[in-house]
Design a protein around this ligand. Structure first.
Ligand code: ACO
Length: 420
């Protein structure tokens, strides 16, 4: 077996090399401390792989994203979100019977316990829907405890996937003071969500196909992205054997931040500010270069080229806005900013390109989804990925609790004198 040699304090050590199926190389340093007394130091995990995984592959230099080997470009063209969720969670695309059963269960298990409806009353009307979603998802564990039995686990996977969208739609209905709409089996996952968001008891509502397709596409491109901040959080929490709902709720909180999933809301707020400034990008770019602001929706830890999801969403934005007959001034500003950034040495040198959040907000906006719901939409898409990663971790008999080390830099022993 190939090894990597480390010379440290005059001694030589060998560490095994591990190679992934796409040729990624890692040095297995799990025995480093035991053998040398030293730990690795890698804040932000710039060079650390936290697990082996067979779910999602990204090549950040080439702009490749695949779920279980299937390119994202094919999945958005040929699959619907429930099939992609099934693929991520169970490792293969469902056959027609499996898909029928899966779809039906996703609707039948999407009703939240009627007692939980009362929780919505406790939140202030302007509560951020991410606060509601994380609290409600965590609360699901009170109704569906983790018994450790396989059948319960299978059902909780469906409940999480199915009920998160109901919670999201109800939090919106509550914020605008409208009554709840229940999901129905004859509608798709995406159509049901749109119905629960936008139907009223006063008239029939059937989601426009263009909106249903756009939502499917948005959910699919967000469905998994290997060991990002929120997914790593889900694994971290799950490694203590915390239940699926608790781990997913922690993932939702991690996703909320503007450097991660919260960027989609931040992009639109940034574009609106530039629009209010009369579309003046010069001032904005000057602030970015002075490191007083960041161009939200740009840059990525892994992608050092155009994010393939951003490419898909940019194309979809033009198509959807065209069909809906929407002329959104923010689209022009976004395109102007993108073109300028891609030709500006500050961004070129740092390999900063649009990420998934740059165009997603414009699409959500065209679909009538309010800005503070954007990150909730991201979470709905990401739930299958969190579930898949949580299951993969929990099914590994050698999985240990995640517990990094530190380099202590505080005071050495101090003597306590006098009374306090
Ligand atoms: N605008 C301006 N400068 C940026 C940006 C940006 N969006 N992103 C990175 N930089 C600069 C940094 O200032 C830094 O410059 P320096 O080398 O002169 O110090 C350099 O590029 C590297 O940036 P880091 O912050 O070290 O890169 P990191 O990998 O840690 O961060 C992140 C990645 C958080 C995505 C970052 O690019 C960012 O803040 N982007 C804006 C927020 C955003 O869009 N987040 C969504 C990411 S995708 C997702 O989570 C779904």
């Amino acid at each position: 077996m190939a090894t990597a040699k480390l010379t440290f304090q005059g001694k030589e050590y060998d560490f095994p090399i591990i190679e992934g199926t796409e040729g990624e190389i890692g040095i297995d340093i799990t025995k480093l401390r035991a053998q040398t007394g030293a730990v690795t130091y890698d804040p932000g995990y710039m060079s650390t792989a936290s697990c082996k995984s067979n779910i999602t592959f990204i090549d950040g230099e080439k702009g490749i994203l695949r779920y279980r080997g299937y390119p994202i470009e094919d999945l958005v063209k040929r699959a619907k979100f429930p099939a992609v969720a099934y693929l991520l969670i169970y490792g293969h695309l469902p056959d027609p019977n499996e898909l029928d059963d899966w779809r039906r269960r996703l609707t039948m298990d999407s009703y939240i316990h009627e007692d939980m409806i009362k929780f919505f009353q406790g939140f202030p009307p302007n509560a951020h829907p991410m606060a509601i979603l994380s609290a409600m998802v965590s609360s699901l564990s009170a109704y569906y405890p983790d018994t450790g039995r396989g059948e319960d686990m299978k059902r909780n996977v469906v409940r999480l996937l199915a009920q998160a969208k109901t919670i999201a739609a109800y939090s919106y209905k509550k914020s605008i003071g409208q009554s709840r709409i229940y999901p129905r089996t004859e509608f798709s996952y995406a159509a049901n969500f749109l119905r629960m968001m936008f139907a009223t008891p006063a008239e029939d509502y059937v989601a426009q196909p263009v909106l249903e397709d756009a939502l499917n596409l948005l959910l699919i491109v967000h469905a998994d992205h290997e060991q990002n901040c929120s997914t790593s959080t889900v694994r971290m929490v799950g490694s203590s054997r915390a239940n699926l709902f608790a781990a997913a709720s922690a993932g939702i909180c991690a996703l909320w931040g503007p450097l991660h999933g919260g960027a989609n809301q931040a992009v639109i707020e940034m574009l609106e500010r530039i629009e209010r400034d009369g579309g003046d990008c010069d001032r904005f770019f000057a602030r970015v270069k002075d490191k007083k602001a960041r161009l939200m929706g740009f840059g990525h830890r892994v992608y050092k080229t155009y994010d393939p999801r951003a490419k898909i969403l940019k194309e979809a934005t033009d198509r959807v806005l065209n069909v809906l007959g929407i002329n959104d001034p923010l689209v022009e500003i976004a395109k102007k900013i993108e073109e300028r950034a891609l030709n500006d040495s500050f961004f070129v040198e740092r390999k900063l390109y649009p990420n998934v959040d740059f165009y997603s907000g414009i699409l959500y906006r065209a679909m009538g989804i309010p800005t503070d719901m954007f990150t909730v939409m991201f979470a709905l898409g990401r739930i299958p990925g969190w579930i898949a990663q949580w299951r993969e971790m929990r099914s590994n008999p050698n999985q240990r609790i995640c517990r990094p080390r530190q380099i202590y830099i505080g005071p050495t022993t101090q003597s306590f004198s006098g009374d306090n």
